[in-house]
Design a protein around this ligand. Structure first.
Ligand SMILES: C[S@@+](CC[C@H](N)C(=O)[O-])C[C@H]1O[C@@H](n2cnc3c(N)ncnc32)[C@H](O)[C@@H]1O
Length: 432
């Protein structure tokens, strides 16, 4: 592809993402699927520009408005071009599949921004600098206080690629060696004893160590949540919102394939997707179960029979904004409130499965207080037969290393822990 065609393709992908209700990665994948003639190298170059623009969207829009140019995907790409200092020659707008040449207002904007160089400006409001919607700003300010700008700055940056070593198949040292043999440099993560961080992004489908199930993609924070569940060989465990099995795999490895692990979800297509991953990882103590929501008969029949129940609740995903920068612009206050209600119903339903003396773990990949500490407080007010297990205790029991957080729950942020934003609270049902 010519640079001109790549530029136009980036504009088209961004427009497709904006029009689609789907996450950016699946909207972009659909765009490329319909254009199989676009080769891997071109796809990578186009995607790099698209994700850079998505990460800088609020700041680019601020500059476009300041330049009094017309907004939209095309303007964002042209502004990005200018900030990157790339040459804007007539060739960039010539030939098949190219964008039309800049209008006079766009040319003015490009020239201005090429001089400006920095995406930041001292007059930008905090939510523009930090790239988050204005409606959520008061909540984030209350949560992070003095650290707001730094925390949101860390959430703006690109996330690293983390792997979890599958204990069923390898030690961390063996996995590092297997990856090194394929020319992939991986270093141990600071908090998870199973984590590896890659020096650069790789297409894992082509990596033998991944194909053999030695490693699985999982953010370090997600690994820590799974470890805090404290699943052990021989236990009866439920992964209540299992999705495609990210945490199920980690729980099965902690159980050394021994005992009973039930992976539930209301979405059949997600549960189906776990199949290949479980096979690749050599897991065989998992029963997958599609449930029909909180009134599902299996839940009623199985009341009080599990040692551990993990609720990895559907949430706003505010902790994963560095991976999904488009998600923040699709989220509204009504979504947050709706999710808080749904989480409460799910937690109350899942709690029925816990045996006396067993544990219920509420987890989200969100930083919002309502979805985390607030949710736990509401639950405890209605369930006096449960008590909090402080994170320091659960951490000492399961990880045995110094606990990196204070307070009752595990609260991780990209700034403080170099993980995605996560929350987990361990609760125990009082013995009968
Ligand atoms: C955060 S995702 C789970 C991610 C998964 N645990 C992992 O680690 O890969 C939340 C999941 O909750 C599921 N879910 C939504 N409503 C539910 C309900 N009422 N009961 C059970 N699961 C539900 C969604 O289908 C989604 O797969």
């Amino acid at each position: 592809m010519t640079p001109a065609a790549r530029l136009q393709a980036a504009i088209e992908v961004l427009s497709a993402i904006e029009k689609s209700a789907r996450p950016a990665d699946s909207a972009a994948a659909a765009y490329f699927r319909e254009r199989r003639y676009i080769g891997a190298k071109d796809r990578r170059a186009i995607a790099e520009r698209v994700w850079r623009v998505l990460r800088a969207q609020a700041r680019l829009d601020w500059w476009i408005a300041r330049c009094e140019a017309e907004g939209g995907s095309r303007a964002r790409v042209l502004a990005d071009l200018a900030f990157q200092g790339e040459p804007v020659t007539p060739d960039l707008f010539r030939g098949p599949h190219s964008a039309w040449p800049p209008e006079p207002d766009e040319t003015r904007m490009i020239e201005w921004l090429r001089e400006t160089r920095s995406l930041f400006h001292h007059e930008m409001p905090p939510e523009v600098r930090g790239e988050y919607p204005a409606w959520i700003a008061p909540r984030l300010a209350a949560l992070f206080g003095d650290r707001l700008a730094e925390e949101m700055g860390a959430m703006r940056d690109e996330a690293p690629l983390d792997l979890r070593v599958n204990r069923l198949k390898a030690t961390r040292e063996q996995a590092i060696a297997a990856l090194a043999a394929e020319g992939i440099q991986a270093t141990p993560t600071a908090l998870s004893p199973l984590g590896l961080r890659l020096a650069s992004r790789v297409a894992l489908v082509q990596v033998q160590a991944w194909r053999d199930g030695l490693v699985e993609v999982q953010d370090e924070g997600s690994q820590l949540v799974a470890l805090l569940v404290g699943a052990r060989p021989g236990m009866a465990v439920v992964d209540y919102c299992a999705g495609a099995g990210g945490k199920t795999l980690a729980l099965a490895a902690e159980m050394a394939n021994k005992g009973r692990l039930v992976a539930c979800d209301v979405a059949e297509w997600r549960v189906d997707r776990a199949g290949d991953r479980l096979r690749r990882a050599g897991v065989h103590n998992v029963t997958r179960r599609v449930i029909g929501g909180e009134s599902d008969k299996w839940i009623k029949r199985s009341a009080g029979s599990f040692d551990r129940v993990l609720v990895d609740a559907p949430c706003t995903g505010t902790g994963t904004w560095r991976r999904n920068p488009d998600a923040k612009w699709q989220l509204g206050e009504a979504d947050l409130l709706e999710l808080v209600g749904r989480q409460q119903a799910i937690l109350a339903s899942a709690a029925r499965l816990v045996r006396p003396g067993g544990r219920l773990i509420h987890a989200t990949c969100s930083v919002m207080t309502e979805e985390n500490e607030g949710q736990v407080a509401t639950f405890l007010a209605a369930h006096p037969d449960f008590r909090i297990v402080p994170v320091a205790q659960a951490w000492a029991e399961t990880l045995g290393t110094p606990c990196p957080v204070e307070g009752d729950g595990l609260r991780l942020t990209p700034l403080r822990h170099q993980t995605d934003g996560f929350f987990a609270q361990v609760l125990e049902r009082l013995p009968a």
